[in-house]
Design a binder for this molecule. Structure first.
Ligand SMILES: Cc1cc2nc3c(=O)[nH]c(=O)nc-3n(C[C@H](O)[C@H](O)[C@H](O)COP(=O)(O)OP(=O)(O)OC[C@H]3O[C@@H](n4cnc5c(N)ncnc54)[C@H](O)[C@@H]3O)c2cc1C
Length: 379
């Protein structure tokens, strides 16, 4: 069977891209290796994403406006978002909803592993598992995650900075009851020497997880320490782990192919947020693909647009991580700065709608001086 576009990978990026293309009458196939996939993920999404993609309330299990941040010495800062919330979704439900949506718009969904991609004069021949016949497509979108087979097969540059993260799901118990209605983040070298630990509640479980740079530290030990420090004696009922690619690839567009979401490395440093950027890149990538098919415009406009919109956010968060995530002394300073209500407001506003929110000059100066003070003082 021949298609205009083959989207490889049916996570949020691939499902959104396929839906956008099919809506416009482009013959689209979505190839997902496992339609029952449970992607290891905290499932925290910002209000801006929920609004933009009309995510139904039934999928948003929690709407959390309370957050607390804990420092290495145990200092707790409690915050409240005045203008929004973090939504909590379960990926097994979320991803299948998005894939069904792509199907409803006319995408053909195939369950198979992509084993090989051969370039030919007309586009691509995609070889599949399960003895299924190859798929022919004029264009390819690689949405197959951090270890993207598409990227390897089509010779894209490497996915560089990778964090490996693990998460355990616990049933609610007395120790975890207090976490039912808030997001809690731990900055603590014993929990993560270079990232952070999180506690994210869902309707029927609490997800506790941590991350660290790939191949640098013993992730399982860090996770065990985190659970121990929380005083949770109960056993988890699910362990999950995966890489988080927190640096955009040097290039993620070619003449007839693009990468989106984790396959392109589009997860922000410092907070490891990827669902929003997966879905936005899926949408932008699909729009560029439509322009390529209809008006012969180059696919690199997709990459340019993405970088123009989000490079400042990636740069800002990369700087924050490089400065503050290096030692417990610096993490202590970071948490101290979080106490400032202007810092909280700017952070929440930027998080919810992914726009750098300009602050008045006086506020910028105050935050700058506080940064210097806490960095020098170390708390
Ligand atoms: C532990 C952990 C916690 C996280 N928590 C959060 C969070 O709270 N909030 C947030 O915003 N982000 C979080 N992230 C990041 C987020 O999960 C990713 O950024 C997001 O899933 C990227 O979506 P995607 O569609 O690009 O890729 P994926 O969701 O990885 O989807 C890729 C899909 O491709 C399929 N696939 C792979 N190879 C093939 C192949 N060869 N053939 C066919 N199909 C294939 C896979 O089965 C998968 O369904 C977390 C990540 C981890 C690891």
């Amino acid at each position: 069977m021949r298609y205009d576009v083959a989207v490889i990978g049916g996570g949020p990026s691939g499902a959104v891209a396929a839906a956008e293309l099919a809506k416009e009458g482009i013959a689209t196939v979505l190839i997902e290796r496992n339609l029952g996939n449970v992607k290891p993920c905290g499932g925290a999404i910002p209000l801006g994403l929920i609004e933009e993609f009309s995510i139904p309330d039934t999928l948003v299990e929690k709407k959390l406006s309370k957050m607390s941040v804990r420092s290495p010495k145990g200092r707790m800062i409690s915050m409240e978002m005045p203008n929004g919330y973090v939504g909590m979704v379960r990926r097994e439900r979320f991803d299948s909803y998005l894939r069904d949506m792509a199907g409803r718009h006319g995408t053909e969904v195939i369950e198979a592993l992509v084993k090989e991609i051969r370039q030919n004069g007309n586009g691509y021949t995609i070889l599949l598992s399960r003895d299924l016949p190859p798929v022919e497509a004029s264009y390819v979108i690689g949405a197959d995650g951090a270890n993207s087979k598409t990227a390897v097969e089509l010779g894209f540059p490497a996915n560089e900075l990778q964090v490996i993260a693990m998460q355990q799901r616990f049933h609610y118990c007395d120790t975890l009851k207090p976490y039912e209605e808030l997001v809690e983040i731990w900055f603590d070298g014993e929990v993560s020497p270079d990232f952070y630990g999180w506690i994210f509640p869902k309707t029927d479980h609490i997800a506790i997880g941590t991350g660290t740079e790939f191949r640098k530290h013993n992730l399982k030990k860090l996770q065990n320490r985190f659970v121990e420090k929380l005083g949770v004696a109960e056993k988890p009922y699910l362990d999950e782990a995966a890489k988080i690619p927190m640096k955009p690839r040097k290039s993620f567009s070619q003449e007839k192919a693009i990468l989106i979401g984790d396959a392109a490395g589009l997860v922000t440093p410092a907070n490891g947020e990827g669902i929003f950027f997966a879905m936005r890149s899926g949408k932008l990538g699909a729009q560029a693909m439509i322009e390529r098919i209809r008006n012969n415009l180059p696919l690199k406009t997709y990459e340019k647009t993405f970088r123009k919109l989000y490079a400042p956010i990636f740069f800002g968060l990369q700087t924050l991580q490089s400065v503050y995530y290096k030692s417990d002394r610096l993490r202590e300073s970071f948490v101290a700065i979080c106490e400032d209500t202007d810092v909280q407001r700017i952070t929440f506003d930027s998080y919810l709608y992914k726009q750098m929110v300009p602050a008045p000059w006086s506020v910028q100066m105050k935050i700058f001086m506080k940064n210097i003070y806490h960095l020098v003082k170390g708390s």
